[in-house]
Design a protein around this ligand. Structure first.
Ligand code: SF4
Length: 369
C-alpha cells in the first residue's frame, strides 16, 4: 500500500498526517445508509483514532489509521460497498452531488459514476465533477471542473468550470467528452491542472451558449425539504456522534461540512453538532493544527474557541496552523496564521497572504481582535 504526502488522499491511497494515515471515503451519490454510517463509526474506532473529518468535497476521512490497521479498514469499507476497483477508479470518482438531489439528480450522478468507472481517463487527482441539478444550483462556489447544472431555461446543461456558459446535457458520454477535451487542450501538463486554469488561458469549449440558473446562497443549519441540516464544528466528528446520527436516518454528505439527515423532523443535541443558524461557532474556521498535522506550528481549534467571544459580530475568523490554509482555503475577515515566531494577522485575505501584523503571541490575539 502506497503512502503519499501532499496529495489528495483516497481510501486505497491514504495520506500520512501527524496523527497517522488519513483514509478518505467517497460516499456514492453523496449518500450513506444508516448501516453504512454505523459501520463507518465502528471502523473509525476499531481501525483509526475515532475521529472523522467532513471534507470540502463532501467526503469523510477516518483519521489515525496505521500501517497495520489500514488493510482491515479497507476490508470493512469494501463490505459496505465503499471501495473502488483500484486507485485509478477511486481517483476518477470525484463527484460532488447536491444534497438537495431529487430522483432525477440521483440517476444522473449514478450514470456519471458508472461512466467514469468504465473509462480510463488519466485525469489529474484533484479534477472533479459537480452534479448540481436540484431545484437551483448550490455548488457554484464549490471547487469542481465539470458542472452538470440546471440551465436558466430549466433544462440540463454541462458547463466547464470558469466558463460562463454551458451546452445542453443529454448523457454521461458528454461529461467524459468534456474531460477528454480538457486533456486534449493541454489542461493537465505533467498530470496536473484544473479546468478553470485552462479556460483562463482563453480556451473555450465549442458551442457553450446556455446560461446556468441563478445560484442560491449556501445553506445554513436547520430544516430543509429533505430533512434537517446539521453543521459539524470544524468539520470533525467523534465516532460516537456519528453512530448516534446513524440512528436518526440516512445521511447526505455536503461540501459545507454539514450533514443532512433525511426525513428527520427533530434531532437531539449531540456534542460538536450545530443546529442553529445563529450559532457563533459557524463563523470559526480552523484546520487540524498541532498535534494532528505535522506541518502545524501551533494548535488551532482550541484557540479559535477561546477567541470566539472576542470576535466582532458578523465576522469570520480563520485560525490556520500554517500558511497552507487547509481549514479555509479562501479569504476570511480575520486570519491568524501560525508561524515558528508566533501568529501573523491577515485582514480580508487567505492564510498565505501578506500579514498586517507578525509574530503575535497567543495571549495578545484577543486584544488584537
Ligand atoms: S493548514 Fe493546518 S492542516 Fe493544513 S498543512 Fe497547515 S497546519 Fe496542516
Amino acid at each position: 500500500m502506497s503512502r503519499v504526502r501532499g496529495w489528495c488522499p483516497g481510501a486505497l491511497r491514504p495520506m500520512e498526517s501527524g496523527d497517522g494515515w488519513i483514509t478518505r471515503i467517497r460516499p456514492h451519490g453523496g449518500r450513506l445508509s444508516p448501516v453504512q454510517t454505523e459501520e463507518i463509526a465502528r471502523a473509525a474506532r476499531d481501525h483509526g483514532n475515532g475521529l472523522i473529518d467532513l471534507t470540502g468535497r463532501a467526503n469523510l476521512q477516518i483519521r489515525g489509521v496505521t500501517p497495520d490497521s489500514h488493510a482491515p479498514l479497507i476490508e470493512a469499507l469494501r463490505a459496505l460497498g465503499l471501495i473502488d476497483a483500484d486507485i485509478g477508479a477511486e481517483q476518477r470518482r470525484n463527484i460532488i452531488v447536491t444534497p438537495f438531489a431529487d430522483p432525477e439528480t440521483d440517476g444522473l450522478a449514478a450514470k456519471l459514476e458508472a461512466a467514469l468507472a468504465a473509462s480510463a481517463l488519466p485525469l489529474p487527482s484533484k479534477f472533479g465533477f459537480a452534479v448540481d441539478t436540484g431545484p437551483a444550483p448550490v455548488l457554484q462556489d464549490i471547487p469542481a471542473d465539470i458542472r452538470l447544472e440546471r440551465g436558466a431555461d430549466g433544462g440540463l446543461i454541462l458547463r466547464a468550470d470558469g466558463c460562463a456558459y454551458g451546452t445542453r446535457y443529454h448523457d454521461a458520454t458528454e461529461a467524459l467528452a468534456l474531460a477528454e477535451w480538457f486533456l486534449a487542450q493541454g489542461g493537465a501538463p505533467e498530470g496536473r491542472g484544473r479546468m478553470a486554469g485552462l479556460i483562463a488561458r482563453g480556451v473555450s469549449p465549442p458551442d457553450a451558449v446556455l446560461s446556468p440558473a441563478p445560484a442560491l446562497t449556501p445553506p445554513v443549519p436547520g430544516d430543509v425539504p429533505q430533512g434537517i441540516l446539521l453543521s459539524v464544528e470544524f468539520g470533525q466528528l467523534k465516532a460516537e456522534t456519528l453512530a448516534d446520527l446513524a440512528a436518526l436516518g440516512p445521511l447526505r454528505v455536503t461540501p459545507w461540512r454539514m450533514l443532512l439527515i433525511e426525513g428527520a423532523v427533530s434531532v437531539p443535541a449531540l456534542p460538536g453538532l450545530i443546529a442553529e443558524p445563529g450559532d457563533p461557532r459557524l463563523r470559526l474556521r480552523a484546520c487540524t493544527g498541532a498535534p494532528g498535522c505535522r506541518h502545524a506550528h501551533a494548535p488551532t481549534r482550541a484557540l479559535a474557541r477561546q477567541l470566539a467571544p472576542h470576535l466582532p459580530e458578523g465576522r469570520v475568523l480563520h485560525v490556520s496552523g500554517c500558511a497552507k490554509g487547509c481549514g479555509w482555503p479562501r479569504a476570511a475577515d480575520l486570519t491568524f496564521t501560525a508561524t515558528p515566531e508566533g501568529f501573523d494577522l491577515i485582514r480580508g485575505g487567505c492564510a498565505s497572504d501578506i500579514p498586517q501584523l507578525r509574530g503575535l503571541p497567543p495571549a495578545r490575539l484577543p486584544e488584537v481582535l
